[in-house]
Design a binder for this molecule. Structure first.
Ligand SMILES: Nc1ncnc2c1ncn2[C@@H]1O[C@H](COP(=O)(O)OP(=O)(O)OP(=O)(O)O)[C@@H](O)[C@H]1O
Length: 267
């Protein structure tokens, strides 16, 4: 396995028990004849503490989504072990907002609860809380076509939180948004995370976004993706997504991650 660089800084979550443990994870995709076509990830290992916010960065095609889909049990691994210590299955937020166009914002958020047969009164109370948490109260009755891209993604985040799963898996949720909306949603996500204490694994192409959000950043190599660094992000919480850019350490770490990402491609 590639050497994993580690910088150690004090962090409260370090002492928390693990919510996710991945060890020697390898995944290959096969063609219809069963011949191996692509080794997507190779010998990946990491753990995530309960309540920790971990970002995974890496070049396009290195297997970030594959790792997340295996954590979500949407994809089978080839070998290795994946353990989620959680009473509930993880919730997932995708790059494209997954809203149902014929439902209102409130109905979209309530959807997982309606599938579980939760009482209408309980659904309404929970949706009210989530609308407030994600700044959508005024738009409860709006339909998705009346919303901006950022608002639709807020609906997706609210829906992922509505049935209170312990682990939140986010696959480039802000990747399709403009820079300014992205910054606003990053600040909101941090506030929501600080309020709810979820364990979050967040995939991004953006080094900047990873350092803004994460307790730790896992850096992957080009495909077949493996972990090349595990960096603890030293910034205090709560964070201000604009102010933290005045900190020289932010730019030093940006340089460090970019240097790792700029290592030569492996295939
Ligand atoms: N269902 C599939 N069948 C065959 N190959 C696949 C499948 N899903 C992913 N792959 C391949 O596995 C590799 C890793 O893909 P993955 O989507 O995990 O990468 P990624 O790091 O998330 O990429 P990006 O950052 O561009 O979204 C890629 O080479 C991709 O073509």
């Amino acid at each position: 396995m590639a050497t994993v660089q580690e910088t150690v800084h004090p962090s409260a979550v370090k002492t928390a028990p693990p919510a996710i443990e991945v060890s020697h994870l390898t995944k290959a995709f096969y063609d219809s004849e069963g011949d191996r076509v692509t080794v997507a990830v190779s010998d990946v290992g990491f753990s995530v503490a309960r309540g920790e916010f971990v970002c995974i960065v890496g070049p396009s095609g290195c297997g970030k989504t594959t790792v997340l889909r295996i954590l979500a049990d949407l994809e089978q691994k080839l070998s290795g072990t994946v353990k989620l210590h959680s009473a509930t299955p993880p919730a997932m937020v995708f790059q494209e907002a997954s809203v149902l166009p014929w439902l209102t914002v409130a109905e979209n958020i309530a959807f997982p609860l309606s599938l579980k047969g939760v009482s209408r009164a309980e659904q309404e109370a929970r949706v009210r809380d989530l609308l407030a948490l994600t700044g959508l109260t005024e738009f409860a009755k709006a339909r998705p076509h009346q919303l901006s891209g950022g608002m639709k993604q807020r609906v997706s985040v609210a829906r992922a939180l509505v049935d209170d799963r312990e682990i939140l898996l986010m696959d480039e949720p802000f990747g399709a948004l403009d820079e300014q909306t992205r910054l606003v949603l990053q600040q909101e996500l941090l506030r929501i995370w600080e309020t709810t204490g979820k364990t979050v694994v967040f995939i991004t192409h953006s080094v900047d976004e990873a350092l803004t959000l994460a307790d730790r950043v896992l850096v992957m190599s080009p495909r077949p993706g493996t972990l090349v660094a595990n960096l603890t992000v030293p910034f205090e919480r709560p964070r201000d997504v604009v102010e933290m850019r005045r900190d020289k350490r932010f730019w030093d770490m940006t340089y460090e991650v970019w240097r790792l990402l700029a290592s030569p491609a492996r295939d």
